[in-house]
Design a protein around this ligand. Structure first.
Ligand code: 5RP
Length: 220
């Protein structure tokens, strides 16, 4: 099965978790785009949608939804998003699409966080995917030097600004053996807005699509 079909399958499977009257947080990326395409089919179940990026907000509007701000919607019942990597502890790397800060806010605000992935995202140890880090522009070189001290190889995302007007560094060659400790430590570097390790707020459920179909993994 092609990766695109697996993303479609994972998105379809996530629909079952949306209950009537739901305040739904919607992530960012190609897997979530599959979900957005399916949302009109269950429109009556969705009370309110909140978006993790301008791109997602635009897609939701194009699908006929009115998009609310988190400050008005109240905490989402459910947040559905993809990931760049996921492990058996439900820790994630996110931010390949640059939306990591708003994604982390929504994941933390939501009662339940469902991560939808294809099996190429499943790893033993996080870090093969370069770790996205959102930084305020004036601190970019300083923050990059701090990651070099941690044996990372930072690469600035060129001609790119986040929805929040910040820069993104992609940190290569990090082996994230202790996601909880590293998330906390990297977050404390002055100038860092958000690191793309999602360990303190892991996924509650991972819906993983593979050639064998859908596996739904629930965090204990
Ligand atoms: C965006 C993200 C995405 O969830 C992540 O990049 C996965 O994207 P895709 O579904 O396109 O593979 O974190 O900031």
């Amino acid at each position: 099965m092609r990766q695109a079909e697996k993303k479609q399958l994972a998105a379809q499977a996530a629909l079952e978790f949306i209950e009537p009257g739901c305040i739904l947080g919607v992530g960012t990326g190609t897997t979530v785009n599959c979900l957005i395409d399916l949302l009109p089919d269950i429109r009556s179940k969705v009370d309110t949608v909140v978006a993790s990026s301008e791109e997602t907000a635009n897609r939701l509007r194009a699908a006929g939804f009115e998009v609310s701000e988190l400050s008005q919607s109240g905490d989402p019942d459910l947040y559905i998003d993809g990931a760049d990597e996921a492990n058996k502890h439900f820790h994630l790397i996110k931010g390949g699409g640059g939306a990591l800060t708003r994604e982390k806010v929504l994941a933390n605000a939501s009662r339940k966080f469902i991560c939808i992935i294809d099996d190429s995202k499943w790893v033993g140890v996080l870090g093969k995917f370069p770790l996205p880090v959102e930084v305020i522009p004036m601190a970019q070189s300083y923050v990059a030097r701090q990651f070099i001290k941690s044996r990372g190889q930072p690469v600035a995302r060129e001609n790119y600004l986040t929805d929040n007007g910040n820069a993104v560094l992609d940190i290569y060659r990090l082996t994230i053996t202790n996601p909880l400790e590293m998330e906390q430590r990297f977050n404390q570097i002055p100038g860092v807005v958000t690191v793309g390790i999602f360990a303190h707020r892991p996924a509650d459920i991972i819906v993983r699509a593979s050639d064998d179909g859908i596996q739904t993994l629930e965090r204990r």
